[in-house]
Design a binder for this molecule. Structure first.
Ligand SMILES: Cc1ncc(COP(=O)(O)O)c(C=O)c1O
Length: 357
């Protein structure tokens, strides 16, 4: 927490307005608009809900194909299933570890059935090659949804991730760079779409004094209490990004002579938020490193297991060239909390070095 969250929560309680609407919901949406430059924002219960609303508003339906990064967390793609649509997975490239524009373009040029949309993830807070990806989507008439759940504060050519597509989403889940304990934000340059998403997020109530329904909706709106936490958190977002980037720099500094270690790259003209420092080991077994870190009470985790490798998606189409499988086999994300200091990172790096081949 940054310090002001409790004060804002108290204000919410004083107002006796703890419903899923109120002053702080509006303030939180405004702070995201001011920070990212997006025109329209809707605070919701989670990043997953935000993706679901985007798909619903875009009319994604049963049997439609929706492209998605395979190297991601399942929260990116579950909502495709909620709509009865088929995820089609695209592999990463080596330059960004995120979705490959080349594979995307090749698939769109050759496929028989045109996908309706693409959900591209900016994984671990690092930018995908988003300008190229947006151009390809434009060219082929495919809607673009940016999963910026992990990348609030990351920019490409000075523009925030989440603002290049038809929709962008952010997550404020407990482990994110900024948290409301649970929550999400849907953003779009299109006001009508955000208005429609708001309608669906509040049970699709028609504008009558009595309760009138022509369509089904969801209960996805963020509560005023959680939005108050979000407003407090947004006051320190830039500090958080700077600290995360500093932590990454320390890792890089302490492991600079280790040829065995390769870090998640950063594309030219981009600034990732380095939400989690992610690295691969060329020959060393990451399980050994993970165990050794556990011994000193430090958590680390394998990189996300690609979606096309999950049993759940064994029958789904995947356009892959082995890149994300290789990353999954070789990679770890390491402790990156903004409460860490340089000494903590040095200790972790000493353990890593002791366990390299
Ligand atoms: C890449 C990615 N997409 C989507 C989500 C889903 O967000 P939420 O947990 O807020 O539903 C998360 C995080 O949890 C995520 O890391």
């Amino acid at each position: 927490m940054s310090g002001n969250e409790l004060k804002y929560i108290e204000k919410v309680f004083e107002s006796n307005y703890i419903a899923p609407l109120g002053e702080y919901v509006n303030k939180f949406e405004d702070s995201i608009k001011n920070y990212t430059g997006t025109k329209n924002a809707l605070a919701v219960t989670s990043g997953t809900a935000a993706i679901h609303l985007a798909l619903r508003v875009l009319g994604i339906d049963k049997g439609d194909d929706v492209l998605a990064s395979t190297f991601t967390f399942i929260g990116s793609v579950n909502a495709i299933l909620y709509q009865g649509a088929n995820p089609v997975f695209i592999d990463s490239d080596k330059e960004s570890w995120n979705l490959s524009p080349k594979l995307l373009n090749k698939y769109l040029c050759e496929c028989d059935k045109k996908p309706k949309a693409l959900i591209v993830t900016h994984l671990y807070g690092q930018c995908a090659d988003i300008e190229k990806i947006a151009n390809i989507c434009n060219l082929h008439g495919v809607y673009l949804i940016e999963d910026a759940a992990e990348s609030l504060g990351a920019t490409y050519n000075g523009r925030h991730t989440g603002t290049f597509g038809d929709f962008g989403i952010y997550s404020f889940n407990g482990n994110k760079i900024l948290t409301t304990s649970g929550g999400g934000m849907l953003v779009s340059p299109n006001k009508d779409w955000i208005d429609k998403a708001k309608f669906y997020s509040t049970q699709a109530k028609e504008p009558f004094i009595h309760y009138e329904h022509e369509e089904y909706g969801y209960n996805y709106r963020m509560s005023n209490v959680l939005a108050a936490i979000g407003v407090g958190q947004m006051e320190v977002i830039e500090e958080r990004v700077q600290k995360k980037r500093e932590i990454f720099k320390w890792y890089k500094e302490f492991l600079k002579n280790c040829d065995e270690v390769e870090f998640m790259p950063e594309l030219d003209n981009s600034r990732g938020n380095r939400w989690l420092t992610a690295m691969i080991f060329k020959k060393s077994d990451y399980n050994e490193i993970m165990k050794a870190l556990e011994q000193v009470n430090v958590e680390s985790r394998p990189l996300w297991k690609p979606m096309h490798m999950q049993k759940l998606f064994k029958n789904n189409k995947a356009i892959v060239d082995g890149t994300s499988e290789e990353l999954f086999k070789k990679g770890l994300c390491v402790a990156s909390s903004t409460t860490m200091n340089k000494g903590d990172v040095q200790m972790i790096c000493d353990v890593i070095k002791d366990n390299l081949i």
